[in-house]
Design a protein around this ligand. Structure first.
Ligand code: PGA
Length: 252
């Protein structure tokens, strides 16, 4: 059975004070949904907020979880500025984003390091969210499929597909307001699924997800949730995304 997961990626936003203000407003807005549905809601926050947020949300329903945005592949070592899986486990975290396009673009992550990070997370019982997606240039040159298939092949080598979430994030749609058409996102996610050994892997769409397009996105047959950047920073908009309309049908 495929499970739905709605995740917020806070990137490098929010001090602890701002994180506390967010959750104070946000929790009452999603309480009902969390209690009544089996959808999983994740907030992947900066490292400095994690310990605080785990305590602050301790009494929230179990389907709300705090996650991290990256981890190193070694358990410990001389890797200045990095954080390891055992450090995340100690905080009680069960989710981590791996291979986000901003990590690949600005911090040198490659398919090989992404693969190592995925395996490190799983070795310690953490579910990684693997991000894949094409640039505008790949798309214009008809390389969308080949690029994503190669990211999957290299990234997933030796990775356990029973403990994995994938996020399809076309890079040109991230933070641009330029959402990938939902039918096209659905098509690419179907292709991603066709490459997997486990067809039940949760596959999210990410890239300019907003309150006004969430219902349409969640109505697509292959899309099992969303990874949300900008719109996850504000309690009312992220709550609206979590409270998406089920069984939405497009108005003609
Ligand atoms: P966005 O970011 O929702 O602001 O486009 C998505 C992401 O980077 O995961």
């Amino acid at each position: 059975m495929r499970k739905i997961a709605i995740a917020g990626n806070w990137k490098m936003y929010k001090t602890q004070k701002e994180a506390k203000d967010f959750f104070t407003d946000f929790l009452p807005l999603v309480k009902d949904k969390l209690e009544k549905s089996s959808d999983r809601v994740l907030i992947c926050a900066p490292f400095t907020d994690l310990s605080f947020l785990v305590s602050f949300t301790a009494n929230a329903p179990d389907n709300l979880a705090i996650g991290a945005q990256n981890l190193h592949w070694s358990d410990s070592g001389a890797f200045t500025g990095e954080i390891s899986a055992p450090m995340l486990v100690e905080l009680g975290l069960k989710f981590v984003i791996v291979g986000h396009s901003e990590r690949r673009q600005f911090f040198g992550d490659t398919d090989a390091t992404v693969n190592q990070r995925l395996k490190a997370a799983q070795k310690h019982g953490i579910t990684p969210i693997l991000c894949v997606g094409e640039t505008k240039q790949h798309r214009e040159q008809n390389e969308t499929e080949s690029h994503i298939f190669s990211q999957l092949e290299l990234g997933l080598d030796g990775v356990d597909q029973d403990n994995l979430i994938i996020a399809y994030e076309p890079i040109w749609a991230i933070g641009t307001g330029d959402t990938c058409a939902t039918k096209e996102a659905n098509r690419v996610i179907g292709l991603i699924r066709s490459q997997l050994q486990n067809p039940d892997v949760t596959i999210q769409y990410g890239g300019s997800v907003k309150p006004d397009n969430i219902d349409e996105i969640m109505a697509e047959s292959q899309i099992d949730g969303v990874l949300v950047g900008g719109a996850s920073l504000e309690p009312v908009s992220f709550a609206r995304i979590i409270n998406y309309t089920e069984n939405y049908t497009e108005k003609l």
